[in-house]
Design a protein around this ligand. Structure first.
Ligand code: SAH
Ligand code: SF4
Length: 426
């Protein structure tokens, strides 16, 4: 979600005359687009901004800005804590960026921090894609789930879907600009359209996108296990453009913890969902998000998470230890665990999952994948990088004229998550 916001911010800045530089000392503007899902991200930002103090002394014209969820969360407070900052705005203020930058040249500038998301001003005119053949598309902003550990509903506001006709026009415009792959984004894509009165709106949206010429691959992130129905899976399974990559965060393998997290499903229902996905989508690649060390989680309850990971065998997983976010329900729950216990559990979980990921990677050897060629690898001129429909990076020998096109690659080796192979069909 933050990458999509950064893509928009970059497009706006380039369209009003800014030029990108890798060198901080050359910059007129340094903007941090931030996340506040975990404490660690917030701490890193504060350190990074403080380190810019000598630059600001050298170049008093330099503007330092903070955007994103952390900006939304702390608003003007950030200016008090760090006087180096000139500009603070939230995810729903991006369309005001040009005005805010003008303001920041004279005085400290603050966004409106509107709670509710909007799609206003989001068209393809000003869009500048890092890869011209691939785009992220927000289909729903905000979240109304209030999982007890999560800050997102507080900083991104309630669920707001983008009307389907607007979305289809936006995606058709992207296709006419050469985009072949789209990633549909939302905190819970499965409830797309609910606020607009649609039922199973997400499957309907995908069926309509299937008809758009030029778009070849469609991915989506994130699915919520509670809202993914078997009937939607069956409808989506029929669509040839939807990639076989399903990210289904389970968060915890124990029912008491799932309930305390307010996730709205049980371990048993989750396992059934995975069965439905695997039955309907052959060769599906599964990934997940997991939190360990939620308040009051016992060692036995944590073992239920390990057990689920072993049972499902994800190709990859994003794993975290619980980070209390002030203002959320879980932050004031009894039974907060020590960092030592949380980090110890995370280390054990990562070890189990890494082994599974490696074993699943080795299973890809000998298979042939359709690959979208994305870039040249830095190590040699003819080394190319691409991605499978299942979202795996693949390297192979080719040439840069292939970038943005599809090739077939037979896999002959695998290192961790990345596969290597040879082109069998250009
Ligand atoms: N909407 C997505 C998740 C968005 S946040 C979903 O519901 O799946 C991305 C991930 O960060 C979450 O899936 C969760 O695993 C993790 N996360 C969120 N809040 C957290 C916290 N307080 N501590 C640790 N991990 C957290
Ligand atoms: Fe956070 Fe839960 Fe919403 Fe995901 S569904 S963003 S974890 S509140």
């Amino acid at each position: 979600m933050n990458q999509a916001d950064a893509q928009r911010i970059r497009g706006i800045l380039l369209s009003i005359g800014y030029i990108e530089t890798e060198k901080e000392e050359e910059s007129d503007l340094i903007l941090f687009n931030t996340c506040s899902v975990r404490q660690h991200a917030e701490e890193r930002l504060l350190g990074r901004i403080r380190s810019l103090s000598p630059l600001k002394k050298q170049n008093p014209e330099l503007l330092i800005g903070v955007s994103g969820c952390m900006a939304q969360n702390h608003k003007a407070e950030l200016l008090k804590d760090l006087p180096l900052i000139d500009l603070v705005f939230g995810p729903n203020d991006i369309n005001q960026l040009q005005k805010l930058l003008e303001e920041a040249k004279n005085k400290k500038a603050l966004g409106n921090f509107a709670c509710k998301g909007t799609f206003e001003g989001e068209n393809t005119d000003g869009i500048v894609l890092t890869r011209p053949f691939s785009a992220m598309v927000n289909i729903i902003r905000g979240c109304t789930n209030f999982c007890t550990y999560c800050i997102v509903p507080y900083v991104r506001g309630p669920e707001v879907s983008r009307p389907i006709d607007e979305l289809l026009k936006y995606i058709s415009d992207l296709a006419s600009k050469g985009v072949k792959e789209i990633m549909l984004l939302g905190q819970n894509v499965n409830v797309y359209g609910k606020d607009l009165g649609m039922t199973e709106g997400f499957a309907t949206l995908l069926e309509e996108i299937e008809k758009i010429n030029g778009i070849k691959w469609v991915r989506f992130l994130t699915s919520h296990p509670r809202d993914f129905t078997e009937s939607a899976i069956k409808r989506i399974a029929k669509l040839s453009k939807v990639c076989e990559q399903y990210h289904l965060p389970f968060q915890a393998g124990n029912n008491r913890i799932l309930q305390a997290m307010h996730r709205g499903y049980t371990r048993e229902r989750y396992i059934e969902l995975i069965k439905q996905v695997r039955e309907n989508i052959p060769n599906v690649s599964l990934s997940t998000d997991i939190i360990c060390g939620f308040p009051s989680e016992t060692e036995e309850e944590f073992q239920d998470t390990i057990d689920l990971v072993k049972q499902i065998r994800y190709e990859s997983a994003y794993m975290y230890y619980y980070s209390p976010r002030p203002g959320t329900k879980a932050a004031s729950m009894k039974g907060q665990l020590s960092d030592e216990v949380k980090k110890g559990r995370l280390a054990r979980l990562i070890e189990v999952q890494n082994q599974i990921s490696n074993e699943e990677s080795q299973k890809q050897i000998g298979k042939t994948f359709e690959v979208l060629v994305e870039s040249s690898a830095s190590r040699s001129e003819n080394a190319m990088l691409g991605k499978t429909r299942t979202g795996r990076p693949v390297d192979f020998v080719g040439n840069s004229s292939m970038i943005g096109n599809f090739v077939k690659v037979k896999i002959d080796s695998a290192r961790n998550w990345t596969l290597s192979g040879k082109i069998v069909e250009a």
